[in-house]
Design a protein around this ligand. Sequence first.
Ligand SMILES: [Zn+2]
Length: 272
Amino acid sequence: MFPIEQAVAWLSFMIATTVFAYKMRVIDRWGAIAAVPMGFVILYFGSILWFFVLLIFFVTASLFTKYKYKQKQKMGLSEGNSGARGWKSVIANGGPAAALAILYYLSHNNPIFTLSFTGSLSFALSDTVATEVGLLSKTKPRSILNWKEINIGQSGGVTVTGEIAALTGSFLIGTACALLLSEGILSHIRVILPAAITGGMIATNVDSILGATIQAKYTCRNCKKCLEKKTIHCNILTIQEKGVSSIDNNVVNLLAAIIGAAISASFIIIYY
Ligand SMILES: [Zn+2]
């Protein structure tokens, strides 16, 4: 919490950053509109340091989405719209972190929420980086359920490259949180990093399991291509093949983020 003049200054900074991200086509218009209040909630109820962690996530995730974008686009695997994220993606990735910042404030800075915040962003970065790097993997992904080879870009697939990327992502967030959010307490520094890696890695793989099971999958009635969205393909509406119709990739992300946050929060037992 800080005085109103500071709040206005930070809000201006956030709007400027978001406009820049929009111009760089990192987020689309509605994504930008969702990102500003979310960033502000994290800054206001968490702290400026919490906001820095969010910024590290945002910049790294954006760089990896843009990385070899042309190649991913050619393969038909890219996030649409030049990789610009929409509001659903912004909320699925940043929403849990914003909610945890509010809980942190309401609980008078209970460290359990610092750990859950770490876990939710660790998952968000692990998952984004694993997906974006995994798409470029030279070997075909295997299904997390039965280990059979599946097509690149299909939900529920894992690759070694993707797992290494996920580990790098959770390590990065873990280190950032240990340095910025530990309040200089040595025992906290030692716990935050393993909490981030464990929460981030388990949640990333849970995300793949949910993606392979409950997430809605559609097929084109003409070319039999498997799609993640109810859409028009080959000029006809796709039909749902499996999964729950209300559960799309963003819902799966949100569920996995909550799981990641809970796993990291459980490290509170060894915090003291
Ligand atoms: Zn088709």
